[in-house]
Design a protein around this ligand. Structure first.
Ligand code: SF4
Length: 433
């Protein structure tokens, strides 16, 4: 519901006119500057080590993932693009045959591939190439050695991190059925292995030894899911995956996302509560890591306190990052833009944002740029396309893509995360000197 000004309430009852009222959100639709969902392949191919991502797309798609991922020198690449030529666009039958041939060749050459994702793109979508049928056909041919799945990373359907959501949602039906009689914990969202190991250690210290992670590191290790699965999201952009898990009877544990000392504590506390960990055991397990993170953040708080920040929509991490920066470092988020706002998943983070922060969903980039220029924030978080022009106008910027490619979750990364925001401010201060 909207009053035509672009402003709409988060809750059914809200004040449309007053942006500073709790729960108000600015919704915009217009030209946007966001990567497509293919980008997720850059981190997903590192995570599931025997998976392969075959983009069915154009040369543009191939350039995007190659330049984003860089050239893999030490390993056989785990992604490629089946480039659709103009003649493919003329006939779907030819395109399907060509795709089958490419997949046959790839799998014959690469016996290490156990899970193949056919990833849809704008061109495959435009010609209505049915990749789910193609996946079914190829599955019948290559099963059980290789499982073939499909999802869309197209810029028409997805932004940036939605590619991971689509990928993980397609993986949920592959999970075996859990018939566990007692609750089991599942952490959902691709995390760097190093962060996953840190989380695993802390869960073990809390007395939760049997924690599974989704996606798994190997295709054959997809954790079982069922009504006794309790899951904690590690990433806020997993709306479809959440729905798919809930469809299997799993129950989501609501918490702030694990950024910074407090967000991470809140996240672990949700698991502690669900699994009946005593406050004493919880403090003993989490306390030292939390205290270490708080100490590491202290000097950064001095540096970042009271500095204003403006987020353009990009990764959907924006509301939880803004929560971290305001609650733990004293920064002032002026506007927090996100391509989509899942208020249910982000509820605990949104509730901790300062009252005066404007939350926006979607984008009309020109109008948003006007608002940003008018407010002159100390730091702007935005995509690559906006960063250079804004730097030229004298603003300090942070490329949002770095926040997705760097390890930023958990206690041990809290100071690194804060440093990602402090660095551009230091650089600009040095330039002024
Ligand atoms: Fe561009 Fe679409 Fe390919 Fe993404 S999927 S690189 S937006 S053509």
């Amino acid at each position: 519901m909207s009053d035509g000004s672009g402003f709409a309430p988060i809750e059914p009852a809200g004040d449309l006119g007053d942006l500073t009222s709790p729960g108000a959100v600015l919704r915009e639709r217009g030209q946007r500057e966001v990567f497509c969902g293919l980008t997720g392949i850059v981190w997903l191919h590192r995570k599931i080590q025997d998976a392969f991502f075959l983009v069915v797309g154009s040369r543009t798609c191939a350039h995007l993932i190659q330049s984003a991922a860089g050239v893999m020198v030490f390993a056989e690449p785990r992604f490629a693009t089946a480039i659709m030529e103009e003649r493919d666009l003329a006939g779907l039958a030819d395109a399907n045959e060509e795709l089958d041939r490419i997949v046959d060749r790839l799998l014959a050459r690469r016996p290490d591939i156990k899970l193949l994702f056919l990833v849809g793109s704008c061109p495959s979508e435009v010609i209505k190439l049915d990749l789910s049928r193609a996946a079914g056909r190829l599955n019948a041919r290559h099963s059980p050695t290789v499982r073939v799945l499909n999802y869309s990373g197209s810029g028409i359907e997805t932004t940036f991190t939605q590619g991971e959501d689509a990928c993980l949602a397609s993986l949920v039906p592959e999970a075996p059925v859990s018939d566990s009689a007692t609750p089991e914990l599942l952490v959902v969202g691709a995390l760097p292995d190093i962060v996953e190991d840190q989380f695993q250690r802390l869960f073990a210290q809390m007395g939760l030894g049997q924690v599974a992670f989704f996606p798994p590191r190997r295709a054959g290790a997809i954790p079982a899911i069922g009504p006794n699965t309790r899951f904690l999201l590690a990433q806020p952009f997993l709306t479809d995956t959440t729905r798919a898990l809930e469809g299997r009877g799993a129950v989501r544990l609501s918490a702030q996302f694990p950024f910074g000392a407090e967000g991470t504590t809140n996240w672990f506390a949700a698991a502690a509560k669900a699994f009946g960990v005593s406050p004493k055991r919880f403090d003993e397990a989490i306390g030292p890591a939390r205290a270490r993170a708080q100490r590491a953040l202290e000097p950064l708080r001095t540096e970042l306190q009271d500095r204003s920040i403006f987020f353009f929509p990009d990764s959907q991490l924006e509301p939880c990052l803004a929560r971290f920066l305001s609650q733990e470092l004293g920064m002032r988020p002026l506007e927090v833009g996100s391509p989509y706002l899942n208020q249910e998943l982000l509820g605990p983070d949104l509730a901790a944002l300062p009252r005066e922060t404007v939350i926006s969903e979607g984008q009309d980039v020109d109008r948003q740029l006007d608002r940003c220029r008018a407010q002159k924030p100390d730091l702007v978080v935005c995509g690559l396309g906006l960063a250079n022009p804004l730097e030229r106008e004298g603003m300090a910027t942070k490329w949002s893509i770095e926040l997705v490619f760097s390890p930023v979750h958990g206690f041990d990364c809290a100071a690194d995360l804060a440093n990602l925001f402090a660095r551009p401010l230091r650089r600009r201060a040095a330039l002024k000197v």
